[in-house]
Design a protein around this ligand. Structure first.
Ligand SMILES: [Zn+2]
Length: 252
């Protein structure tokens, strides 16, 4: 990570042997490597990341029959991993989670054309980064700020994120390194062209956290999810607690 510790620092610090996905290998190879590590009883913690579903959803959208078919494949793989773990370990805690939702994109907006048409100029008066779902602006003079804010105000497909709202979602940074002004699109609206791609794709994530299709998933084979786990970053707490449990079991 750019800054701050992550779960793998925690595992190293606590001397908990773990497996983590090698992103240079295929999903199938990673699945087989996990099962091998479990069968050899080499690890007490496994972090498996499958990126295939994200890629598929971007391409085909969230209503395609290909999506449940892919989930069936994952279900089968998870069952295989779980069966191996249950054979070699006395207790198995399984958590399955996603790190974002996915919204179908049915509307395209050429935000760049609207901003380019203004008399203020990129690089000289302002800087901009067009993501797929939001645009980030930095201003070098007040005239640029005023003109761009006015122009954005006439785009009904999105809105400028107010500071208090950014603050509430812990996305307000004092140095404004992610943009002095962040213009967020309504769910399902895609900025095209953007710096993320020239061509539209079927679905995207990165909309407002409370938009209906922004919700992520958390499933477990445990009786309950702790009450203090309500946001995606809290999954780290579950991982830390579960890893420590495995360590205690081993030293008992
Ligand atoms: Zn994605």
């Amino acid at each position: 990570m750019n800054r701050g510790p992550n779960i793998f620092d925690f595992l190293v610090e606590n001397k908990i042997p773990y497996f983590v996905t090698d992103t240079t290998k295929s999903e199938e190879q990673n699945r087989d490597d996990i099962i091998a590590a479990i069968e050899a009883e080499r690890v007490d913690f496994v972090f498996q990341y499958w990126a295939g579903l994200d890629g598929l959803l971007h391409m085909v959208g969230n209503k395609s029959p290909e999506v449940p078919a892919k989930l069936r494949v994952y279900e089968d793989w998870i069952e295989k991993v779980l069966a191996a773990a249950k054979k070699h370990y006395s207790e198995v805690h399984l958590y399955i989670f996603s790190d974002h939702g996915m919204a179908n994109c049915d509307e395209l907006v050429d935000l760049k054309a609207k901003i380019d048409a203004l008399p203020v100029k990129m690089e000289k008066d302002y800087a901009v980064v067009y993501d797929s779902t939001m645009a980030r602006f930095w201003f070098f003079n007040d005239n640029a700020r005023k003109q761009i804010h006015e122009s954005l105000g006439k785009v009904p497909e999105g809105r400028i994120m107010p500071d208090d709202e950014l603050q509430r979602y812990r996305a307000l940074f004092p140095d404004r390194k992610f943009g002095e002004t962040i213009f967020l699109m309504r769910e399902g609206v895609l900025i095209v062209p953007s710096h993320m791609g020239e061509r539209p794709i079927r679905a995207m994530h990165g909309y407002h956290p409370t938009d209906p299709q922004s919700y992520a998933t958390l499933c477990t084979n445990q009786p309950a999810i702790p009450d203090d786990v309500t946001h995606i970053p809290h999954i780290c707490r579950i991982m830390e607690k579960t890893a420590l449990l495995a360590k205690e079991k081993n030293s008992a």
